[in-house]
Design a binder for this molecule. Structure first.
Ligand SMILES: C[S@@+](CC[C@H](N)C(=O)[O-])C[C@H]1O[C@@H](n2cnc3c(N)ncnc32)[C@H](O)[C@@H]1O
Length: 294
């Protein structure tokens, strides 16, 4: 078998060296299994990194939680044993239950001594509970577990919308969490709301919410933004022949928008940066002092 490429993060994962064994108490089994959670990016075929591909090709078993069936078919060209995690989703079933079952399916193969690769679309660590949980539990049980980053929809958003998060800052929230809690937001920075198609979803088992739920979101946002403030519904292209969705609309029209589970809402800043005169004066005085004693 070909050896996977090294990532340079050898403390957490040494795929090209003999599998490390931790010293364990006699009551626990030796850890021969391992787990790599890898991201394959958003655009089919073109975002995968050489490291992610290497982990897939060299695994004993591959699990896939990806955006659609075409991506699963593509993964099957890389490995003969690709097991979809999609069947764990079911109408009326709580998402938390689905995610727990996915983690258990992955860990069962790790515990059986297999070299397991779990593939997620985008970045496996971004707005994704199962990969973080699987890695945490695997490590607690003494197995080697590692996360390989991927190109997230966030990365595509910066590229497509031409946003540099460093220009005025950029804050990210899950839409429902933003609605349910009194978050301190900065209206002079970008606000990115994930899972906007699920705005206000509290039951844990619905895959979409209604315009009335989105109206509640608009009510919350209107504490900071006027209803005519332009917002952008964004969906990165997942297939090479697609164009990204970048639909601009006044905030007040959001409840009537046709939203998908893959949509993200980008809210541009509504106010200019406010100078902190006290801190600025302190820094001017500090620089003057240091120049004087130099
Ligand atoms: C469970 S999170 C998974 C995110 C994924 N791990 C990533 O790195 O992009 C799902 C949310 O990610 C965002 N998302 C997923 N696919 C997207 C796409 N093609 N374009 C824009 N946002 C997307 C949406 O906010 C969606 O509701």
């Amino acid at each position: 078998m070909k050896q996977p490429l090294c990532s340079g993060r050898t403390e957490a994962w040494r795929p090209c060296l003999p599998r490390p064994r931790r010293s364990r108490s006699v009551s626990t089994p030796p850890s021969t299994g391992s787990l790599a959670c890898v991201g394959i990016g958003i655009m089919l075929g073109s975002h995968i990194t050489p490291l992610a591909r290497s982990h897939i090709e060299n695994a004993d078993v591959v699990f896939a939680a990806v955006s659609d069936g075409i991506v699963e078919l593509w993964l099957k060209e890389m490995h003969a044993d690709v097991r979809s995690l999609q069947p764990f989703y079911a109408e009326g079933k709580r998402r938390t239950q689905t995610y727990r079952e996915m983690v258990e399916a992955i860990l069962a193969e790790v515990r059986a001594g297999k070299r397991v690769c779990a593939v997620f679309y985008g970045h496996p660590g971004v707005f994704a509970w199962a990969p973080h949980r699987a890695i945490k539990v695997a490590r607690e049980e003494g197995y080697t577990a590692y996360m390989e980053p991927g190109i997230s929809s966030e990365d595509c958003l910066y590229a497509d919308l031409g946003i540099d998060p460093g220009s005025v800052g950029c804050q990210h929230f899950d839409t429902t969490q933003y609605m349910l809690y009194r978050r301190q937001i900065d209206p002079s920075a970008w606000l990115i709301l994930w899972q906007v198609g699920l705005a206000g979803e509290r039951t844990g088992h619905r895959f979409a919410t209604s315009p009335a739920h989105r109206q509640v979101l608009v009510d919350v946002l209107s504490r900071h933004y006027p209803l005519d403030h332009e917002v952008i519904v964004y969906r990165a292209a997942t297939l090479p022949m697609q164009a990204p969705r970048m639909e601009r609309m006044p905030l007040g029209r959001l409840p009537g928008a046709d939203l998908d589970s893959a949509d993200t809402l980008a809210v541009p800043p509504v106010q200019a940066l406010v100078a902190d005169a006290e801190v600025q004066a302190k820094l001017v005085a500090l620089d003057a002092y240091q120049a004087a004693i130099a």
